[in-house]
Design a protein around this ligand. Structure first.
Ligand code: ADP
Ligand code: AMP
Length: 215
């Protein structure tokens, strides 16, 4: 099963992805995580991506498409993959069509997480992430047992530098202008399943499970 998970920043893509890949034994591919990893390792991709990410803008397609192609062509994606954060514009959607054709791993369906802007603000500004294992927390909705310490691995929690209200506004505008047309593109193909992601995390996951178990 090859899936896309879509929705604006803070809609819960990373949180739901962690559960989906566990329950359905597929591989999580997050372009945002890949860029952050590349930045911390100061690779050529990381150096190119950094200034765009710092502004809340999209990294150029040439860099992003190549990175995704390499990643989903790997053997661990043969059992199925979940793409999180890609494609984010129509150019990337066209590139993904080409890539999936070439490697013969087509998209089966798209989960679209729907949340209003006010909730995104509180989710993004309260988000904390483990430096070691990437687990996602929220200071109010899903706090760690010990402040700033990951429940799973004991790693230190940090706040992403782009998780400010100001940068969210830019990222949301990018989403509205560039990414919503991608959802329409997949909707026309009959692939999109909308999920009310303003419910609590367990209810959102239950709705996703019902969709995926019907495949
Ligand atoms: P995205 O990957 O779409 O940017 P995340 O999964 O990182 O979103 O979630 C953003 C923040 O919202 C995190 O702090 C997470 O703990 C919290 N969160 C995710 N889903 C829910 C939910 N259904 N209800 C409340 N908070 C949530
Ligand atoms: P995310 O972790 O999905 O919120 O992504 C964080 C940032 O990484 C975004 O604001 C973009 O700057 C960059 N990014 C992630 N995925 C893509 C993509 N598919 N295309 C371009 N930029 C991306």
């Amino acid at each position: 099963m090859n899936l896309l998970i879509m929705g604006p920043a803070g809609s819960g893509k990373g949180t739901m992805s962690a559960q989906i890949v566990k329950d359905f034994d597929i591989t999580h591919v997050s372009t945002g995580d890949m860029f952050r990893d590349a930045i911390s390792k100061q690779t050529p991709v990381g150096l190119e991506a950094k200034s765009f990410i710092d502004q809340g803008k999209l990294v150029p397609d040439s860099v992003t498409d190549r990175m995704v192609k390499e990643r989903i062509s790997q053997d661990d994606c043969l059992k199925g993959y979940l793409l999180d954060g890609y494609p984010r514009n129509l150019g990337q959607a066209n590139a993904l069509d080409e890539i999936t054709k070439e490697i013969n791993r087509p998209i089966d369906l798209v989960i679209n997480l729907v949340v209003d802007y006010e909730q995104l603000v509180s989710r993004i500004t309260g988000r904390r992430i483990c430096k070691e294992c990437g687990a996602i927390y929220h200071i109010d909705n899903n706090p760690p047992k010990v402040e700033s310490v990951c429940d799973i691995c004991g790693g230190e929690l940090y706040q992403r530098s782009d998780d400010t209200e100001e940068k969210l506004a830019v990222r949301y505008q990018e989403y509205k202008n560039l990414t919503e047309p991608v959802i329409d593109y997949y909707r026309e193909k009959g692939l999109v399943h909308d999920v009310n992601a303003s419910q609590d995390a367990e209810a959102v996951m239950n709705d996703i499970r019902i969709i995926l178990e019907a495949v």
